[in-house]
Design a protein around this ligand. Structure first.
Ligand code: NZQ
Ligand code: ZN
Length: 384
């Protein structure tokens, strides 16, 4: 196992009717800015629950953070904070609202050009405290220190990370998933699955706890994912998927192990250029990444085939081919498409996305930095 420092200070309130707990979790003297998205929370009762819990607080709201949150929208929230003196952010939404809130929290305390946080990796040394009411399990953003923000002017989608934007608490009530459209449920299952793979499917460092924990998450998502997108969903299914998504990217399974993230980096460029949902891009790239990297990832691919998929691995090449095939079939089983052409994207995308990768310095991706531009280009071509 590699050396690591594991610190995750996000307090979790999990279960039905837990939104009311924010009354105790937010400091009494706080002036709270509630940040949310396009308004789904006004149609499903979450906004009312939040307002009720904030009855005794001084608070205001900022609406309109879009899926794949933009720098431009976030900066409007920063102006509001400056004008009205908020000192606590409550993000009520999915990964986009949470990521946007993280950037807002950092930019509100940043002296200098805030875009540099994303484009130049300028260090974030302080941020407003953030609390979260999660409405879409997928990204794990509610319990990690990462954020991804897009620039609508330049079609760039860039990440940043800072301990200062790690949420102080997150409410996870599986009942909020009732109003999620099937597309978002599908996205959530696939994103959580690929997060686990990015930290598991690398090379072994004999980290048994992390490996077995990751295998448990993959198996749970494969078992519960198809149930979640079927007609009859019960609370237990929602609860298991929601907790899996948080555990997949709260730092635990990634502690002390090599991490990949090449699929994500290529996926972000596809979203920035073509507007596909984040998880849609991952389902397209991952199977081709697995094939391209099958020698470098041989040991872990066999472990995945045997322990997660229950395959006989006597014929190793055959087992690896089946494991990749079954992974793509799993995506299809939760109604996720796995080809660029399924979204009307053709040949011209190969060069465009490759050029964007080069522009962002993504020229040696993966846990061993062996995914060169040439390989990325091949992966994209094979994903058409
Ligand atoms: O805008 P609202 O009205 O809230 O509607 C949203 C949005 O249209 C809707 N929705 C959310 N909760 C709902 C609901 N509709 C009905 N009922 C509910 N309970 O769902 C739509 C999509 O929401 P979004 O937040 O965009 O989805 P998701 O959670 O998948 O977040 C995706 C973003 O997170 C980033 C992605 O790149 C993307 O920008 N990621 C963040 C990560 C992180 N911070 O660790 C890691 C990930 O790999 C990822 O990159
Ligand atoms: Zn993701």
């Amino acid at each position: 196992m590699l050396n690591f420092n594991f610190y995750n200070p996000t307090e979790i309130f999990f279960g039905e009717n837990q939104i009311a707990e924010i009354t105790k979790a937010i400091p009494k003297e706080a002036k709270v800015l509630v940040v949310y998205g396009g308004g789904s929370i006004k149609r499903n009762g979450i906004y009312e629950q939040v307002s009720e819990a904030l009855r005794e607080f001084s608070w205001g709201e900022f609406a309109g953070v879009e899926p794949n949150p933009t720098y431009q929208t976030c900066m409007q929230a920063v102006s509001k904070i400056e004008q009205e003196d908020y000192n606590f952010i409550l993000a009520v939404g999915g990964g986009s609202v949470i990521d946007g809130s993280k950037f807002i929290a950092a930019a509100a305390n940043f002296s200098g050009e805030s875009w540099d946080i994303l484009s130049k990796g300028a260090e974030v040394t302080a941020a407003l405290p953030i609390g979260v009411v999660l409405t879409l399990p997928a990204t794990g953003s509610e319990s990690n220190s990462f954020s991804v923000v897009s620039n609508s002017g330049t079609h760039e989608k860039l990440p940043f990370a800072s301990v200062h934007v790690q949420p102080k608490f997150a409410v996870l009530d599986p009942q909020v998933m009732k109003t999620l459209p099937q597309r978002q449920l599908t996205n959530g299952v696939v994103d959580a699955f690929v997060h686990t793979m990015e930290q598991y499917l690398t090379y072994s460092v004999d980290a048994k706890v992390q490996d077995r924990f990751a295998e448990g998450l993959l198996m749970t998502l494969m078992e519960e994912g198809p149930k979640l997108v079927s007609e009859d969903v019960d609370y237990k299914v929602r609860a298991n998927v929601m907790w899996s998504a948080t555990m997949a990217l709260n730092g635990l399974i990634g502690a002390g192990v090599p991490q990949d993230w090449a699929t994500h980096m290529i996926g972000h460029e596809i979203t920035a250029m073509y507007g596909l949902d984040h998880a849609q891009t991952l389902a397209i790239i991952l199977p081709r990444m697995m094939t391209e990297q099958k020698e470098a990832k041989r040991g872990k691919l066999l472990q995945y085939a045997e322990r997660v998929l229950g395959l006989d691995i006597t014929d190793e090449d055959n087992a690896i081919a089946s494991a990749i095939e079954l992974t793509e079939q799993f995506f299809n089983s939760v109604h996720m498409k796995t080809r660029l052409s399924d979204y009307g994207i053709g040949e011209e995308a190969v060069n465009k996305i490759t050029e964007q990768l080069e522009r962002h310095g993504m020229t040696a991706l993966g846990e061993q930095q062996v995914v060169t531009l040439e390989k990325s280009s091949k992966i994209i071509r094979e994903s058409l």
